[in-house]
Design a protein around this ligand. Structure first.
Ligand code: ADP
Length: 635
């Protein structure tokens, strides 16, 4: 006897013992596995005709023995595969399981189905007899679903798999209902109707003479959901198809059906998931749509069918125009595939257009989940798609307090007026930036750039309908602000900053005395992004912008040198903090001195004018005295 892997054991225990109401899904899971096995064999048969067969799934019931058998003539499994595939809960299921910590056990099992193992919700014992295609030996896997399983030799006339489940005894639950024809028929109709292979069962039928006879019946319609006319689709049938096919327990945000007749005929059914799959932003994620030829799968994840920026879209494309046995390599360069891909991209974007106009909420929910992907798509490849995608990006508008497109923003602008934007980690943080004050007061709107790619994209786009992009934290507006006679003050501040930043007047501030900006091509945000990417060498040209109208700044005029140095330190650090930077080490002591009337904390020996000796005298002179003097001064 081999033991289940530890992780599987835990999950198995949940499956078997949780009071999960939806036990009936076990049948759907077993049928789907059978269907997958048939897909695999069918696929192989495209290049090896000896594997061709009349593919089907068969259900058998033995009421006395309380067994249900699900048989298929698919690829089958070797003894090694039986152990590997059924000895651990499927990797996909487990991965998803791990990501969903916090959900209740019942939810998890329902959501992921956990495939094969769901049989243990209704069964005491599961036996799998399988013979792999092109092998002469068959093997039997058997388990009670608790500790482990056994694999032994077995007999099977031809390749394929039988999964035999022995139902639990009735008790609080009625398991015997699964032995009834009607129940099984109903379950197949409900969950597995679209399965592309016939699901057959011997059913009792009233013969002409009144005697009962048995007859082989196909229980499913076999019509793939994407081929069903709208009128025949059940209410949530498309969503359910998506959820089961892509192992997502949440309904998709949107589905898009399209049928095209033209140079290339195709039917497509696309889904936008409710959120990015857990591996979406990793290189493990495989984008692509399933490609079918007249209902027969020919490629599982065909990347060529969706552009990278729509890689989150799932779905199927069915076209009668491609040959079944076309190789992957030939297919990738097939012009028909390119035509379908272009058609689908247009279709998706036109659906987005409709949403932007008519169902903003829905578009926002899509953008919230996948906006980053679309933005990267607009920036990627040196902006090859920037014009195509620029109208699908949403940014938070400071004036409108909601998400807007660049187009909507520009519509309200005067001729040639710039598109103002501000960068930051979150909308909340941006909304508190001092730099926004001026724009707000003069009734100008500002777009919030919260993603790292946003500003890079704006620089790439340069302008929209003749309106240039302008960062409110740009230091390039200094020349415009009047300095009237305060040049000396600005110069003095700059000296104190000893190269950390230049100093310039600005009129974009109101209640704040200063803010940090950057001159030239590299903005503060870009510096941060490049640093995060490991290219720390690129530095923004920092400017401390000063509001000359501000009382704090006014009060610095004629201040003694040590106090002036503290004020500059405090103001510079205030500007750093507002931008989300960490303060410098000298900030707190300088702040304390300023708060304590510039005397509570002794000045550092390095303080500008004081020679070390004089400094120590100053210390002895005791703080309170000087503090009083200062207060007197201020009166
Ligand atoms: P999943 O279907 O998510 O991979 P399961 O636990 O349902 O997880 O099945 C585990 C694996 O066992 C499958 O991936 C497949 O390789 C194999 N398997 C299950 N049922 C069959 C079958 N009827 N024929 C061939 N292989 C099967």
């Amino acid at each position: 006897m081999k033991e289940f892997k530890a992780q599987s054991k835990k999950l198995l225990d949940l499956v078997v013992n949780s009071i999960y109401v939806n036990r009936e899904i076990f049948l759907r899971e077993l049928i789907s596995n059978a269907s997958d096995a048939l897909d695999k064999r069918r696929f192989m048969s495209l290049t090896d005709s000896s594997l061709d067969a009349e593919f089907c799934i068969e259900l058998k019931v033995d009421k006395k023995a309380r067994t249900i058998t699900v048989s298929d003539n698919g690829v089958g499994m070797t003894d090694v595969e039986l152990e590997e595939n059924l000895g651990v809960i499927a990797a996909s299921g487990t991965e998803a399981f791990k990501k969903q910590q916090g959900k209740t056990d019942e939810q998890l099992i329902g959501q992921f189905g956990v495939g094969f193992y769901s049989a243990f919700m209704v069964a005491d014992k599961v036996t799998v007899v399988s013979r792999k295609v092109k092998e002469s030996k068959a093997f039997k896997w058997e388990s009670d679903g608790v500790e482990g399983f056994e694999i032994t030799s077995a007999e099977r006339g031809s390749a394929g798999t039988d999964v035999i489940i022995t139902l639990k005894k009735d008790g609080d639950e009625n398991y015997s209902e699964f032995l009834e024809d009607m129940k099984l028929r109903q379950l197949v109709k409900k969950y597995s109707d679209y399965i592309r292979y016939p699901i057959r069962m011997l059913t009792e039928k009233q013969a002409d003479g009144g005697a009962k006879a048995e007859e082989m019946t196909t229980l499913n319609s076999m019509t793939p959901v994407w081929k069903k006319p709208k009128s025949e689709l059940g209410e949530n049938e498309l969503d359910e198809f998506y959820m089961h096919e892509y192992r997502d327990f949440r309904a998709p945000l949107m589905n898009i059906s399209t049928r095209v007749e033209g140079a290339v005929d195709y039917t497509a059914l696309l889904f936008i998931p409710s959120e990015p799959s857990f591996d979406y932003y990793t290189k493990d994620y495989k984008r692509g749509l399933s490609l079918y030829c007249n209902g027969v799968l020919i490629m599982e994840r065909c990347e060529e069918l969706v552009p990278e920026y729509l890689g989150f879209i799932r779905g199927v494309v069915d076209t009668p125009d491609l040959a079944l046995n076309i190789s992957r390599e030939t297919l990738q360069h097939d012009r028909r595939l390119v035509a379908i891909a272009n058609g689908l991209e247009k279709k998706v974007l036109s659906e987005f257009d409709k949403l932007i106009k008519n169902d903003r909420k829905k578009y926002e929910s899509i953008f919230e989940q996948f906006g980053k992907a679309i933005k990267f798509g607009a920036y990627d490849n040196f902006g090859a798609n920037k014009d195509k995608l620029k109208d699908y990006l949403l940014f938070y508008s400071d004036a409108n307090k909601k998400l807007v497109t660049i187009k909507e923003y520009v519509e309200k602008l005067e001729d040639k007026a710039p598109i103002l934007y501000a960068c930051g980690e979150t909308s909340d943080k941006i909304s508190m930036l001092p730099q926004l004050e001026g724009a707000r007061e003069s009734g100008k709107d500002v777009l919030y750039f919260t993603d790292t790619v946003d500003e890079f994209f704006a620089r790439l786009l340069k302008e929209y309908d003749g309106h240039k992009f302008e960062n409110v934290a740009s230091g390039d507006d200094g020349a415009k602000a009047k300095t009237d006679g305060h040049e000396e003050l600005l110069k003095r501040m700059e000296n104190k900053l000893s190269g950390k930043a230049t100093v310039a007047a600005t009129d974009k501030l109101k209640s704040y005395p200063v803010c940090l900006a950057a001159k030239g091509n590299i903005s503060l945000e870009m510096e941060r992004v490049m640093e995060a990417m490991g290219g720390g060498g690129v530095k923004a040209d920092r400017v401390l912008q000063v509001n000359l109208e501000h009382p704090i700044v006014r009060s610095m005029e004629g201040m003694d040198d040590a106090d002036f140095a503290d004020m500059v330190t405090v103001l510079y650090n205030e500007a750093l903090l507002a931008e989300g930077y960490k303060p410098e080490t000298e900030f707190l002591t300088a702040l304390n001195r300023v708060l304590g009337g510039n005397a509570a904390v002794p000045k550092k020996p390095a303080a500008n004018k004081a020679a070390p000796k004089k400094q120590s005298t100053a210390k002895k002179a005791s703080a309170p005295k000087k503090s009083t003097a200062k207060t007197a001064d201020e009166k």
